[in-house]
Design a protein around this ligand. Sequence first.
Ligand SMILES: [Zn+2]
Length: 325
Amino acid sequence: MRVSAYLKNKQPIVYRTFSNALSKGTVTHSYLLMGEEGTPLKETALYLAKSLLCDHPDPLADETCVTCERVDKEEYPDLLVLDGSEKNIKKEEILSLVNDFQKTPMERKGVMIYIVNMVENMSIEAVNSLLKFLEEPTPNTYAFLTTRNESKVLPTIISRCQTLRLHLVPRYEVIEEAISFGVSQNDAEMLAFFYNDGSLIKERSESKAYQNAKAAFDRAIEGLDEGPSFARYTFEKDVTSALLDKPSARFFFDMLSVFFQDLVAKKVGDAVNLTSYDKILGELSQSLPHLEESLIAIMTLRGDIELNVNMSLLLGHLVNTITKE
Ligand SMILES: [Zn+2]
């Protein structure tokens, strides 16, 4: 993703605030990046971190030097990332991070940075350990925390950070931008639910996880359109075999959830978001028996992916819930 262009064009306040801090040497020890679902928080946190490490900053990272490339490849030892986007961050992870930061930096730059993505997803014990570390930062240590839900972050964490807020770009603008990068309308409309930036959509549309999920999704809705018994067969065979890893499975459930929200809208005559699927949305909104219940099942079963439930059983349960009379 082209984060520099994104910040410059779409998030000018964040861009100016951080550029000024870098030019004036007033970068603070900890930042909290806030933004709604879809805003590229982790990508932005990584980019700001890179700007402190870059060999030729201007004043932000050039994204082309050797150091920037090493950060992108996760090969820069003095930058650590904890990610709470899929599972809760535990106390042990914070303690291990604090321990690593007591050592001297490995790189000549002498700067150590940690990123905690989705800081709201931490156990209480982990938050307390992090708080202590935020209060007494070691010299030349910087933190970038992110959150999608400010109300779930302890005020004591917020008060120790400088906050930077990413605003949502209008959906139609994101879709248009993605299409201008060569993404199909169909993919752009779907991915705009998860990524609030055209270049990021382009990148993710080419990922293995999305392509697997998309193949499973298309087969799933075709199957459902053919009636209950064919749907069960399709889920058991094609859908299961396309979802062999967790990232693909998560994506599939998220896409199905978006699709069912549109089905509910279609049923009551509201406008849909996935206009490329208009025809099949019309058919399934009439033929599927209980859309709201199915939507809740999709969201609940999505959580079960993390419990390592057998995928074939999970999908069997899903299709039975969706098609039962
Ligand atoms: Zn660089």
